[in-house]
Structures are given as structure tokens and as C-alpha cells.
Design a protein around this ligand. Structure first.
Ligand code: SF4
Length: 319
């Protein structure tokens, strides 16, 4: 706990905007809620619907059951696939078993899946920029045959590439990467393989880049930036890195209770943001805890406005 002084110390709190839920996360959570309404509990969800413990616990209370593999879903109950996307084999297996399934894959991840198919159909080998073992990467690799895609995580990986046909390459990227690191990797790919085909820019989504821009702005003046997010949330981890690179200290927290009072000693300007899977209620929780112990001077620093909404799958809009 943070110890309060009799006379509260004044702290400036810069709150980044945009922060928190993106359109893909919002849609994925709605899909689970509406599936429970439509089918009744329990509804199974393969993998955490989004990487946030609070969200998962709230959905469990409504009747969602989270499993890692389709084999754990009993026959005859509906199953939702998480926002990160799944390999093609997963819906195929669900169909074989006659399971009702709902795909909560973010449309921006599905777009990358379609690009992967298109590039391999055109005979190109894909260089995929992403983080090994992240569910989104596993899902995207699962759109093509084994051996049609190679993962690169670093500039060293790019230098070590030895493709069979350097003239028949395409690149794609994970949606939640560091914008700056990815530019450097894409530049290196284009320098080594001038004819490599890729999306305009890269596939990093609007929410990831907007949250990174906003955290950059607050990190310019804050001594400490608190990032609300889960340790397995790629976009949240990137927010911590971005803040640190600008020169601020940065800490990833899941809940207000994770704040170590020692972090705040001697600090007069704190930044606050949240990853794309962290709900606003957790931002409020942090603000409330800080206000209990400090005299807070709060300012929202908005770098852009967001108004993205993704359509729900057919059959659920009316649930
Ligand atoms: Fe979609 Fe981006 Fe949100 Fe991921 S972070 S769910 S890709 S909008």
C-alpha cells in the first residue's frame, strides 16, 4: 500500500489518450457476452478472449469457460475463438465435430491472414515479422502450409535469412509490434531483398500505433509511466518499451494494487496509459488509489481521436 502523509503531496498525472480498449477487443468481448445470451451458459472460449485477467474473470462470472485447446470443449456446446486468431485447422476441426463456433478474431488480424493466403497463392515465401509463440503469430502461421513462412524477430534474424528464391518474397507483420522497431526491420528486409512485396507501411494496427504515439507524448515529460496491461499482452509490453526509450521509467501493472510505493518516491509527474485489452475501469482504479494518497493534478493528453467500430458476426447482432 501507498502510505499517505497528513498533508498530501502534489503530483501531476498525465493520462494518455487514446488508451485501453480497441475496436477488436471491444468486439471480441461483445461476441462472448452475446453468445452467452443467445445459447445460454456455458459458452466455451478457446484461449483468453483478450489478454486481460479482469476481462476474463468478468466473463467467467457470466458463464464463459476458458480452455486452451478445442479438445477440451465438450460436444454440443458453442465455442468462441479469441481475438488473436487461430490456425485454419481449428475451425476445420470444430466443423468436423459439428460444434457451433464463433470467430472473434479481430478483422485486422483476419486481413493479415488473407494477405498470407494471397502471397503464398502467388508463389511467394513470406517473411513474417513478429514474436515467437504469441497466439496471433501461431494463428497467422496456421493459414499457410508448413515451410511457406519464416519468422523474423530482430535485425540479426533478417541478416541470417537465406531464402531459396530472393526474388519471390513477401513480408507481413504482427499487428501489435513496436512501430519503430518494425520500421527498422522492414527497412532491412527491403535493403536485402529490394523486390520483396509488402503491405503499404506494415500491418501494425491503428490502435497499437495510436497508443504508442500517445505514450511517447506523455513520456517526454513524465518521470514514471504506469502501463495497465497483462504480462502476455504484446501491445502493452510495447508501451512500456516505448516509454523507456523516450527516457521515462515505466512499469507494467495489472491492477492498482501492483503499484509499489517505492516507485513514487520523489516523483512529481506520473504518466498513465492502458494497453488495448485493458478496460477503463482499471484506469479509474489506479486514479482513485493515487488520489487517496496524493493531491492529483490530472490532465488528459490526447494525440488523436479514435472512432473505429467493427461489425459483429452475422447471427449475433440480434442476440
Ligand atoms: Fe485488433 Fe489491433 Fe485491437 Fe489487436 S490491438 S484486437 S489487431 S485493433
Amino acid at each position: 500500500m501507498i502510505h499517505s502523509d497528513k498533508q498530501k503531496r502534489q503530483i501531476d498525472l498525465l493520462v494518455a489518450a487514446p488508451r485501453g480498449f480497441c475496436a477488436g477487443v471491444d468486439r471480441a468481448i461483445k461476441i462472448v457476452e452475446l453468445a452467452i445470451k443467445k445459447y445460454g451458459a456455458p459458452v466455451y472460449v478457446r484461449h483468453e478472449i483478450v489478454h486481460n485477467r479482469y476481462v476474463v474473470d468478468e466473463l467467467k462470472k457470466l458463464g464463459a469457460i476458458f480452455v486452451e485447446e478445442l479438445d477440451e470443449v465438450p460436444d454440443g456446446v458453442p465455442v468462441v475463438f479469441s481475438a488473436h486468431g487461430v490456425p485454419k485447422a481449428v475451425p476445420h476441426k470444430a466443423e468436423e465435430r459439428g460444434l457451433d463456433y464463433l470467430d472473434a478474431t479481430c478483422p485486422l488480424v483476419s486481413k493479415v491472414h488473407r494477405q498470407a493466403e494471397r502471397q503464398t497463392d502467388a508463389g511467394r515465401h513470406i517473411i513474417f515479422v513478429g514474436h515467437a509463440n504469441h497466439p496471433e503469430v501461431i494463428g497467422t502461421f496456421g493459414q499457410v502450409e508448413d515451410g511457406q513462412m519464416t519468422l523474423v524477430e530482430t535485425l540479426d534474424d533478417v541478416a541470417a535469412l537465406n531464402p531459396e528464391d530472393p526474388e519471390a518474397l513477401a513480408f507481413l507483420t504482427q499487428t501489435t509490434l513496436s512501430v519503430d522497431d518494425t520500421h527498422a526491420i522492414v527497412d532491412a528486409l527491403q535493403t536485402r531483398f529490394p523486390n520483396i512485396i509488402g503491405p503499404k507501411g506494415e500491418d501494425i494496427c491503428y490502435a497499437t500505433s495510436n497508443r504508442q504515439d500517445a505514450v511517447k507524448k506523455i513520456s517526454e515529460t513524465c518521470e514514471l509511466v504506469l502501463v495497465i496491461g497483462a504480462p502476455n499482452s504484446s501491445n502493452s509490453l510495447r508501451l512500456v518499451e516505448v516509454a523507456e526509450r523516450i527516457g521515462s521509467k515505466a512499469k507494467l501493472i495489472q491492477r492498482a494494487e501492483d503499484i509499489d510505493p517505492a516507485w513514487l518516491e520523489g516523483i512529481s509527474k506520473i504518466g498513465l496509459t492502458a494497453g488495448a485489452s485493458a478496460p477503463e475501469i482499471l484506469v479509474k482504479e489506479v486514479k482513485n488509489l493515487l488520489a487517496e494518497h496524493f493531491d492529483i493534478n490530472e490532465e488528459t493528453v490526447q494525440t488523436t481521436a479514435e472512432n473505429m467500430i467493427f461489425k459483429l458476426p452475422r447471427g449475433l447482432e440480434t442476440a
